[in-house]
Design a protein around this ligand. Structure first.
Ligand code: WQD
Length: 324
């Protein structure tokens, strides 16, 4: 009995694949390798292909006796989604339809889905609970919300049970420094801060210091990638135990500001982070952080790693990549 992990060569996918294998679970990865090189898989079984190839999905599930799927495969750049929306509708949304069809043809009825807190858009109330209004503000976030609804309808029509995990801000690297994030394709704050403090880029741009927050900069809920990996295992166990379809926030419930990230990074690196204060980024909410109580109640999961663990592991990982 195996777990099929789509997009397992990616950032959160590779940490989840590694944890599943360390727990003795059989894993097979389906990844097109169009946005990852596969090194982070550390030898896990890999089928190179697309989730849109229904016959390949069905064949892989049957050959490996797959009982559940963890679905990471998706494009995830907010900016790219607005300049090339068709890619996101095709790859993310239509791809999920093909994946579900291929899985159901093989008799697979359990799926853990990699969703995003960006489905909430600019929240009216924080901390954010799962019953908050779904108000995507970009095509990427809309594609994630649409994927959730596609899976929900496959539950109604075909008995596919799914857990949509709405990540807040994923960050950090493996505690032992073996795998981490590929900063070459990111626009997220923490890898960009590491580039700046390691001298690989110019000053990091702080998008606004005039928000209605304590220090004027944006607040987010940064969650360690290894905590996220644990949550995916907990969601698989929840479904295996007969759990019904649902959506769950994955966050710490703690908000941290941009300047706090800079300050903690400077402490870790022993030098200031070069940065410039610039205008706000259009569409950025001031404050976003999770109410994580549903994850505790349904999955018996809470975050364990801290912002210092995130900064320490991210700095160590990115510094090691420069030396390689
Ligand atoms: C974090 C904070 C910025 C970059 C994104 C996407 C979505 C989701 C989470 C997957 C904000 C500030 C950032 C920079 C900055 N991921 N910032 N300078 O926008 O909260 O959410 O990641 O689902 O992809 O919604 O993440 O890292 O871009 O920004 O000042 O160069 O850092 O304003 O306050 P965000 P982020």
């Amino acid at each position: 009995m195996a777990i099929l992990v789509t997009g397992g060569a990616g950032y959160i996918g590779s940490h989840t694949v590694r944890l599943l294998r360390n727990l003795g679970r059989d894993v097979v990865v389906l990844d097109s390798l169009e946005r990852a090189d596969g090194r982070a898989l550390l030898g896990a079984e890999l089928v190179v292909g697309s989730i849109a190839d229904e016959a390949l999905v069905t064949k892989t599930c049957r050959e490996h006796d797959v009982t559940a799927i963890v679905h990471f495969a998706a494009y995830k750049s907010v900016g790219e989604s607005m300049s090339s929306p068709g890619m996101y509708w095709q790859n993310n949304v239509a791809g999920t339809v093909h994946l579900a069809e291929g899985a159901l043809a093989a008799g697979v009825h359990q799926m853990v889905f990699s969703s995003s807190a960006s489905v909430y858009g600019n929240p009216k109330v924080t901390p954010i609970t799962e019953d908050a209004e779904i108000r995507p503000e970009n095509v990427y976030a809309e594609s994630k919300a649409s994927m959730e609804r596609v899976l929900s309808w496959y539950g109604a029509t075909h008995g596919l049970r799914s857990v949509s995990l709405r990540y807040f801000n994923a960050a950090g690297a493996s505690l032992d420094g073996v795998i981490g994030e590929d900063w070459s394709v990111t626009t997220n704050l923490i890898p960009l801060v590491m580039k700046a403090v390691l001298g690989v880029s110019g000053p990091v741009q702080v998008f606004g210091n005039d928000y209605p927050t304590a220090d004027g900069t944006g607040i987010r809920d940064y969650i360690h990638v290894e905590d996220l990996a644990r949550a995916h295992v907990a969601a698989l166990d929840y479904l295996d135990g007969g759990g019904t379809s649902t959506a769950v926030n994955l966050g710490t419930g703690i908000g941290s500001s941009v300047l706090e990230i800079l300050r903690r990074t400077a402490q870790e690196a022993g030098r200031e982070v070069p940065h410039d204060i610039v205008a706000r980024r259009v569409g950025d909410p001031a404050t976003v952080y999770a109410n994580p109580s549903t994850a505790q109640a349904l999955l018996d999961w809470t975050s364990e790693l801290t912002l210092d663990d995130i900064i320490r592991t991210a700095y160590a990982w990115h510094a090691s990549q420069i030396q390689n």
